[in-house]
Ligand binder design. Structure first.
Ligand code: BGC
Length: 470
């Protein structure tokens, strides 16, 4: 009896340690969401102060952060393997602090652009490093929910930025909105100092004693720590040091293709046209800027709520069903939006209907492609190249994000809302066909098992009917 209680306490302690580390690291997600979301609300204010009137100069202010994110994701890939996952998160926090300070105090446009580029590097590094770090700490049975906690923080960050935009509407000071983000950045850096390093990374460095000490903190008595260590060591031994060319070799390429394809799909199905531009489009529907921002807050709220639903389901029903059903819902939302735009969205009723369609669309994204992409990025790749491969997929996500962000307003003004949303719908249908064929199920499997499956038989996930090599 006494032993059972002691074991329970230990299991609970391990549970708590992992949850705390994941929650802290996920502050990186909050910064990702806030820093990308805030621009929608502050852009007019920035444009006023620096007398930006061309769409190009405004677009540049938006895009420079996304470009920084692509660079940040790539650089972080190397650093994660060199320095370790935890130190990468620490460095990410420092990058945020520097970027936010430069941007929010910038006396001239050039410095604002530099500051936003540096913030972008932090965002890119966080978007890659946080799921990786959490994924390697989490036990397989909780990995889906814990890694996706990061996505929840992204959506929460976006929502906070929308609320700030709403609160400051009309008299906003972009410097305050930009500078506010320094607080979570500092908490992230100070907090992660006390957290454990990823045991998988320690084992790759041959630091077994330290890895075991970490496992003792993050696994309960019912977990097979020796088995997990042996699995990681076996895989590490089978393949010596990876070089970049190995990413394109026959063993890694199948997973990399799936990762990069999902990265691009997550963006070219249009999510950030909503996040960055919904108020602009709703305002054009004639509902007034304050009402448009309010509708935007509602969209953000649905994004958060449906992400919570996804977190509850990911480890129960699996990744694939959520991905496929969520994407199907996106098609429905886009089709409805397209229909509404056929005659032009004019007046309150139509704006309300458009907001409902946007909510349906974003809710469907939040239950599928939103969390599942970032989760799979942390799960799909073999350990020895995980850092580099995940960073390539992450970079692809940011480059696709950039491409959509800079083209969207021109596309919608060239071909109109209906054709634009239907095009995104058609792209989503094609994406679903690809995902049915190519994306493996990873629920409940250890990362080593997933690696062995992908490598050995060339099939995608053992339990799943799909193959990752397709
Ligand atoms: C995407 C972001 C997007 C966000 C919306 C993330 O998974 O990577 O580009 O803004 O979801 O919730």
């Amino acid at each position: 009896m006494a032993t059972a209680t002691a074991e329970q306490t230990t299991a609970k302690g391990a549970h708590r340690t992992v949850t705390k580390a994941a929650a802290l690291a996920a502050l990186g997600g909050l910064l990702f969401g806030y820093d990308t979301g805030v621009i929608g609300g502050v852009l007019p204010n920035i444009a006023d102060e620096f007398s930006l009137d061309s769409p190009f100069s405004k677009g540049l202010v938006v895009a420079v952060l996304l470009a920084g994110a692509a660079v940040g994701a790539l650089v972080a890939g190397r650093l994660a393997d060199l320095l370790g996952r935890r130190r990468l998160v620490l460095l990410t926090s420092a990058t945020f602090v520097v970027g936010i300070a430069v941007a929010s105090l910038a006396p001239a446009l050039a410095l604002l652009l530099i500051g936003r580029f540096v913030i972008g590097m932090g965002v890119g590094a966080a978007s890659f490093g946080v799921p990786l770090y959490i994924g390697e700490l989490a036990p397989p049975s909780r990995r889906g929910g814990l890694v996706s906690f990061n996505q929840l923080c992204i959506t929460a960050g976006i929502l906070v930025s929308q609320l700030v935009a709403y609160a400051l509407a009309g008299h906003g000071d972009w410097r305050i909105s930009t500078g506010l983000a320094v607080l979570p950045a500092i908490v992230l850096g100070l907090g992660v100092l006390g957290e454990p390093e990823s045991p998988a990374w320690l084992l790759r460095q041959g630091r077994e004693d330290e890895a075991r000490a970490v496992f003792d903190r993050i696994r309960g008595p019912e977990d097979d720590i020796d088995g997990e260590i042996r699995d990681i060591q076996d895989l590490a031994q089978q393949e010596r040091k990876a070089d970049v060319s190995e990413l394109l070799g026959p063993k890694v390429r199948p997973a990399l293709v799936v990762g990069v394809a999902l990265a691009v799909i997550q963006q070219i199905t249009g999510v950030n046209t909503v996040i960055y531009f919904a108020p602009t489009v709703l305002e054009q529907a004639g509902i007034g800027s304050k009402a448009a921002l309010l509708a935007f807050v509602v969209v953000g709220l649905v994004n958060v709520i449906m992400t919570i639903v996804a977190i509850r389901l990911l480890d129960r029903v699996g990744r694939r069903p959520l991905l496929l059903w969520g994407s199907t819902g996106m098609v429905v939302g886009l089709a409805a939006l397209g229909l509404l735009f056929v005659g032009g969205v004019n007046g309150t009723t139509e704006a309300v209907l458009a907001t409902a369609a946007l909510c349906f669309y974003i809710g469907s994204f939040a239950i599928g492609l939103g969390p599942v992409f970032w989760l799979l990025v942390s799960e799909l790749f073999p350990l020895r190249v995980r850092g580099q491969a995940a960073s390539v997929a992450t970079m692809a996500n940011w480059v696709a994000n950039l491409a959509v962000a800079v083209s969207y307003l021109s596309i919608i003004s060239a071909i109109g809302g209906a054709a634009t949303f239907w095009s995104y719908g058609a792209i989503t249908v094609l994406s679903i066909l690809y995902m049915v064929r190519a994306v493996p199920e990873t629920r409940g499997r250890t990362l080593s098992e997933i690696e062995r499956d992908l490598r050995g038989s060339g099939t995608g996930g053992g339990a799943a009917p799909a193959t990752a090599t397709a």
